[in-house]
Design a protein around this ligand. Structure first.
Ligand SMILES: [Zn+2]
Length: 187
């Protein structure tokens, strides 16, 4: 019998306690914490007043006023608050509603859906799964194949064009402009 000592390091992992909600879906919404959070002060500086109102206070921009409503460029739409990719241009369609509309997500986990009973009606609120930014609402009157319509505020989105062409103009060294000749006028 040979003794063989193993130095066994057991990490004391604490069991993760999951909070049971026990309430109907949606009612835990206000208690939820998101993977990413930003100080209110930072967001007020970084976002426009409309972007702040929509994403942080569940506002809704007026129909046909958002900058992406008629955007037909190819690319991806990211959360304006945390930058998470949410939608792609190939899932965007013209719903005529006055807001950017998408029939599907970039991936199924990118947006969190919760019940919204505000204004005396039942709607499904669409929220960024990373930071909890309010995006808009989900309706069931979209086109095939999903028949979904994610009705999203432009103010919640930051569009990045697919081809990545930026509008930066390279400095041309001032070609075409001759420097003003200086005259020495002696009196
Ligand atoms: Zn986000």
């Amino acid at each position: 019998m040979s003794g063989f000592n193993l130095l066994h390091l057991v990490s004391q992992g604490q069991p993760v306690k999951l909070k049971a909600c026990g309430l109907p879906s949606g009612t835990c919404r206000s208690k939820k914490t998101w993977p990413k959070s930003f100080p209110e002060e930072e967001l007020r500086k970084r976002l426009s007043p409309m972007q702040y109102q929509v994403t942080q206070q569940k506002g809704t921009e007026s129909a046909f006023t958002g900058k992406y409503t008629d955007n037909k460029e190819e690319g991806t739409y990211h959360c304006v608050v945390c930058g998470a990719p949410l939608f792609t241009s190939d899932k965007k369609f013209d719903s005529g509603s006055g807001w950017p509309s998408f029939f599907d997500l970039i991936n199924k986990d990118s947006v969190t859906l919760t019940d919204d009973f505000s204004y005396g009606m039942h709607r499904v609120e669409a929220t960024c799964s990373q930071c909890g930014a309010h995006l808009g609402h989900l309706f069931d009157d979209g086109p095939r194949p999903t028949k979904k319509r994610y009705c999203i505020n432009s103010s919640s989105l930051n569009f990045k064009a697919k081809n990545g062409v930026s509008e930066e103009v390279e400095a041309s060294g001032g070609a075409g402009q001759s420097p003003p000749s200086s005259k020495n006028e002696e009196l």
